[in-house]
Design a binder for this molecule. Structure first.
Ligand code: GLU
Length: 447
């Protein structure tokens, strides 16, 4: 059987790191198995700004390089959902309910205060034909619930291991709203059946839904897929990330924090697994190393500082061929491999390269403290062409002539040449600065 996984975001907001982890795991499993990855937009109950969110979701997934083999919109499949509703009604698995949200809330609170689980009490199952006619005459339209069979629901979760629910502890899920529209639960099950999904990967917050879904698969005559529920990411204090998702949206990480997709993917592929987090930019390595068995049930801590460190390490190893078009996006169209090799070890985010480009090509206002020494050093500058050996040869000559060494030799030169105390190796930077610009900076000119 071909492995088929899906990522099924609702276009109700921007994707965040937790969503990205779910999508990545589903994608890695499909790619490792040579199977298919389906992107399904769960948009049946979409808010007005859904299209903007959908566009952002496509952009985010493309940025992460999580390509899909098939795309579906749940909203385009409502006819199929309607057919399933008819089937389940005919089989006596759906029943009409008339409670208002306020009545349900009161009932829920009453149960909680009596120490009972806050599940639906199935009062509607006791309604007679006559009761229903009366309620409808009052203008109440029914919503419909799926009647769970009172049997244990069990599955072997690919992350959580054996899971068991007693149907009696669960609410019969509402699957059709009072306006006749099918709700997520039913749509999801019908789509997973129609799209022949073999593995459902989703967040742990869906575990109880899965228990109900399993009975829906069975009621529709289908074999349930395998399930993998990932624990939700937590922050350094062990709290759910949801409180501060804004700064952890993929959009913010990309556009505001300069995070590379390879860094985020490398982190999320390994976070909460038995394998170390490493700056692995080669997707194939992550695919081959992927296994559900490596994932822990414990909630992994997502640390933005760890992501920032990994981002720097990814940049330090990024080949020029990969960086080239990104640098062009930054407006650095003229850069070459030598520039990249020179500045790469000093980057935390790619945009830092623009600063170093300015340092190389100017204008830089030099920091001059010892003009006489620097004038002497300028005199000693070798003739062009400058290459990787120039710095060594020049500073050896200056050392010889002045008796300076170490910091007292190098720091004034660096400050004059770059205007800064720290930065890329001057051996690599000096050929980019060139003789004339170097000379002028050593003499205190902005160049
Ligand atoms: N649209 C649901 C969500 O975003 C899908 C969950 C699922 O079935 O995987 O939570």
């Amino acid at each position: 059987m071909t492995v088929r996984t899906r990522f099924a975001p609702s276009p109700t907001g921007r994707l965040h790191v937790g969503n990205a982890r779910t999508a990545l795991v589903a994608w890695l499993h499909a790619r490792k198995a040579g199977g298919a990855f389906v992107l399904r937009l769960d948009d049946t109950d979409a808010p007005p700004e859904a299209e903007a969110h959908a566009e952002a979701i496509f952009r985010d997934l493309a940025w992460l390089g999580l390509d899909h083999d098939r795309f579906e919109r749940q909203s385009a499949r409502v006819d199929r959902h309607g057919e399933a509703i008819d089937r389940l009604k005919a089989a006596g698995r759906l029943y009409p309910c008339y409670e208002t949200p306020e009545e349900l809330e009161l009932e829920r609170r009453a149960r909680l205060s009596r120490g009972l689980p806050p599940i639906y009490d199935r009062a509607a199952l006791d309604l007679t034909e006559h009761d229903r006619a009366r309620l409808e005459a009052e203008g109440r339209a029914p919503h419909w619930r799926f009647r769970l069979d009172d049997a244990p629901i069990e599955w072997t979760d690919r992350v959580r291991g054996p899971v068991r629910f007693a149907a009696a502890d669960l609410s019969d899920p509402v699957v059709v709203r009072a306006d006749g529209r099918p709700l997520y639960h039913l749509g999801s099950v019908v789509d997973d059946i129609d799209l022949a999904i073999t593995d459902v990967v989703r967040g742990e917050d869906h575990v109880a839904n899965t228990a109900a879904h399993i009975q829906m698969f069975q009621a529709l005559g289908a074999e349930p897929p395998a399930f993998a529920h990932l624990p939700l990411l937590v922050d350094a204090d062990g709290k759910a990330l949801s409180k501060r998702l804004g700064s952890l949206s993929l959009e913010a990480l990309r556009d505001e924090q300069g995070i590379e997709p390879e860094a985020l993917v490398a982190l999320l592929a390994r976070l909460g697994t038995a394998d170390p987090v490493e700056p692995i930019a080669d997707r194939q390595v992550l695919i081959e190393g992927f296994a559900f068995e490596r994932f822990s049930r414990a909630a992994p801590r997502f640390d933005p500082a760890e992501l920032a460190r990994l981002n720097a390490r990814i940049l330090h190893e990024m080949p020029f061929a990969v960086a080239e078009h990104r640098l062009a996006d930054l407006g650095l169209g003229d850069v070459d491999a030598a520039f990249w090799a020179a500045v790469r070890p000093n980057l935390e985010v790619l945009a830092d390269a623009a600063d170093w480009w300015r340092v190389a090509k100017g204008p830089v206002t030099p920091a001059i403290e010892e003009p006489d020494f620097l004038a002497e050093a300028a005199e000693a500058l070798p003739a062009e062409p400058f290459d990787g050996e120039t710095w060594g040869a020049w500073t050896a000559a200056v050392k010889q002539a002045t008796g300076r060494k170490g910091k007292t030799l190098f720091l004034p030169l660096r400050r004059a040449l770059t205007g800064r105390d720290r930065g890329p190796e001057l051996a690599a930077l000096l050929p980019l600065i060139g003789r004339e610009r170097a000379r002028r900076r050593l003499l205190g000119e902005t160049a």
